[in-house]
Design a protein around this ligand. Structure first.
Ligand code: DGJ
Length: 365
């Protein structure tokens, strides 16, 4: 039997062996802390470019110290049934799990693209379990907030598109990235009846137990923040639009000293770009942009990474860890994880590169 040496250091960008010595396979992930154990959920990737689609499901690992992760297996498995929304070969990205104290259930949300449709479906999906590690039961996929208007648009925009607007919008052939002529006040109107587009996403549970789905919408041009129902299973219908026309994805939201912080990226596919940050006194805004939180060499490319989660470390004052992916789209399984400490100057976050670091960083600084 091989003995795996215990880890006590983070090595951003390096292979990260699990308890079996295998590189952790949980990309676009998020962390749930439940009863003293951390659970890391992420996309299980396979080798090659095929790994950019979902062939296995959502992988779960557990840890009590954040360095050493035990493979807990596949929490949500893709289906072999061609009629299933989560049939093998579709796209399952950025899974996040939250625990609903009101129901006792563990609820997973993820970005879902239907097989053979590239990124056109732009749906979100849910799954549920009685235990953190699963197996999770797939519930449904949908576009959020059908039949509801955002809370922060003027009444004069609460109307369907005119035939002229529809025609101009269709002719733009939007592709999920910045596009000249992108209309900042039309796509949510087009999608009012059928539900709002939902791609990159995260979840956030506030101190009062209210949960939120933060997702790239309107062909990635506008970020939506949507409150969930009390059981965390559906959008409540209360939602708002932010940063219209600015094309944010990879959202990660956290709270510090009563303020809400949002980290995100621009939209350049698998290629890295400059991270972004914003702060607000209320999750409903107004949000103030703070620019790229990364500093130092390669900051303009987020150290070749893209945000996926911010983890507050309980028991250590003011300790927040930035979790990002360094994608390897040509060999998806080789994607690396960048975990870096977040510092604050007054209320502005900064993220600096370290080849290696450990949690004493937070107590020694
Ligand atoms: C960037 C997103 O953040 C990823 O989750 C993934 O959707 C890729 N784009 C696909 O190009």
């Amino acid at each position: 039997m091989t003995t795996i040496a215990a880890l006590d250091t983070f090595y951003p960008g390096e292979l990260w062996p699990d308890n079996n010595g295998v590189h952790i396979n949980a990309h676009g992930g998020g962390i749930l802390l439940h009863e003293g154990t951390y659970y890391w959920f992420g996309e299980h990737k396979i080798e090659g470019t095929a790994g950019n689609a979902a062939h296995v499901g959502v992988h779960c690992y557990s840890s009590t110290d954040l360095y050493n992760w035990k493979d807990e297996g596949i929490a949500l498995a893709v289906s072999d049934d061609p009629a299933s929304d989560i049939v093998k070969g579709n796209v399952i990205e950025r899974p996040k799990v939250i625990h609903c104290a009101a129901t006792g259930k563990f609820v997973m949300w993820f970005h879902l693209e239907l097989a053979g449709q590239s990124y056109k479906a732009a749906r979100t999906a849910t799954a549920i379990s009685d235990t953190p590690t699963g197996p999770y039961k797939f519930l449904e996929s949908f576009r959020p907030n059908a039949g509801h208007w955002p809370i922060n648009v003027p009444d004069e925009l609460k109307k369907p598109l005119t035939p002229e607007e529809s025609a101009t919008l269709a002719a733009l052939n939007l592709h999920g990235g910045p596009t000249p002529g992108y209309p900042t006040d039309q796509i949510f109107r087009r999608d009012f009846a059928g539900g709002q587009m939902s791609r990159d996403m995260t979840l956030f549970v506030d101190d009062d137990g209210a949960a939120y789905h933060i997702h790239a919408s309107e062909d990635n041009g506008v970020l939506h923040i949507s409150q969930l129902t009390a059981d965390y299973l559906r959008p409540s219908g209360k939602y708002a639009r932010f940063f219209p026309g600015q094309f944010n994805e990879a959202p990660a939201l956290f709270k510090r000293n009563g303020k809400y912080y949002l980290l995100s990226s621009g939209c350049t596919g698998w290629d890295p770009n400059a991270a972004r940050s914003a702060v607000a006194d209320s999750i409903w805004g107004p949000w103030t942009e703070l620019g790229n939180p990364c500093i130092g060499p390669n900051a303009e490319l987020t150290f070749d990474g893209q945000a996926t989660h911010v983890l507050p470390v309980p028991g250590i004052p003011d300790a927040y860890i930035f979790l990002a992916d360094r994608w390897q789209p040509k060999n998806a399984i080789d994607g690396r994880y960048l975990w870096l400490p977040i510092d604050f100057t007054a209320d502005t976050p900064h993220i600096e590169w370290f080849n290696s670091w450990d949690l004493s960083y937070f107590t020694d600084r």
